[in-house]
Design a protein around this ligand. Structure first.
Ligand code: ADP
Ligand code: MG
Length: 230
């Protein structure tokens, strides 16, 4: 279980508070107005921002003081952060070993992840030789190779067209089913939440609310969400 205990941060006149748990295997969409703090919430969980109060726990282990890389968490940002001077296979290798000392078994895992994301044969290419959609898949493949029990996605597929985005969401969904990972995904599209996440966390007015059933929330949205959905 991922637990946020009285987690809070204030930056100027922006503030955010969260106090809830996500059970193992939960898939949660994070939705809310621009600037409400969705990325900040992921950043607090992933360890890229330190909270003013409270804790982040995984299976009762306090992660709050750990560096991002020491947490059982992978974060996939909107800009994919593939290194342009490395090949796709090397970029994926970074998901396994930061110094790229890879065993034969590691290389086989990389080939497997490329196949799984529809990129078989693309290992030797540089990121610039891939389309935007292929780059997104490569970033996802790297995230999956890290094999962590918590996956944080910050609008990772926003730049893709609808068909490709649906395909990527399906892939994340299948893989989350297989590994039982907790997945938190920021999206601005309620259809993504409906398709992907049984639960949705609304971030608005300084609060990241406890995840609620997505269908009920969207059918009967509170005023902050209704205003955002239009
Ligand atoms: P969202 O992802 O929901 O659009 P963000 O989490 O990116 O919102 O931003 C929340 C608020 O925090 C915004 O008002 C933004 O301007 C502010 N903010 C983000 N990062 C910093 C920072 N390093 N210092 C001060 N304010 C910040
Ligand atoms: Mg954001």
């Amino acid at each position: 279980m991922l637990a946020l205990e009285n987690l809070s941060i204030r930056m100027g006149d922006f503030a955010l508070h969260a106090d809830w748990q996500a059970p193992k295997g939960a898939r949660i969409a994070i939705i809310g107005p621009s600037g409400a703090g969705k990325s900040t919430l992921l950043s607090l969980i992933g360890g890229f921002t330190a909270p003013d109060t409270g804790k982040v726990l995984w299976q009762s282990q306090d992660l709050t003081r750990l560096e991002p890389g020491a947490r059982p968490i992978t974060t996939l940002f909107q800009d994919q952060n593939l290194f342009p001077h490395l090949t796709i296979a090397q970029n994926l290798g970074l998901g396994i070993s930061p110094n790229l000392r890879l065993t034969k078994a590691d290389k086989e895992r990389i080939e497997g992840a490329l196949e799984r994301t529809g990129l078989a044969g693309f290992g030797p290419r540089k990121p610039a030789q891939l389309s935007g959609g292929q780059q997104s898949r490569a970033a996802l493949a790297r995230a999956l190779l890290r094999d962590k029990p918590v996956l944080l996605l910050d609008e990772p597929f926003a730049a893709l067209g609808p068909a490709l985005k649906a395909e990527m969401l399906g892939l994340v969904s299948d893989l989350a089913d297989e590994t039982g990972a907790v997945v938190l995904m920021v999206t601005h599209d309620p259809k993504d939440a409906q398709a992907f996440a049984p639960l949705t966390c609304l971030v608005a007015g300084g609060i990241a609310y406890a995840p609620q059933p997505t269908e009920a929330l969207l059918r009967n949205p509170p005023p902050e969400l209704a205003a955002y959905l239009g």
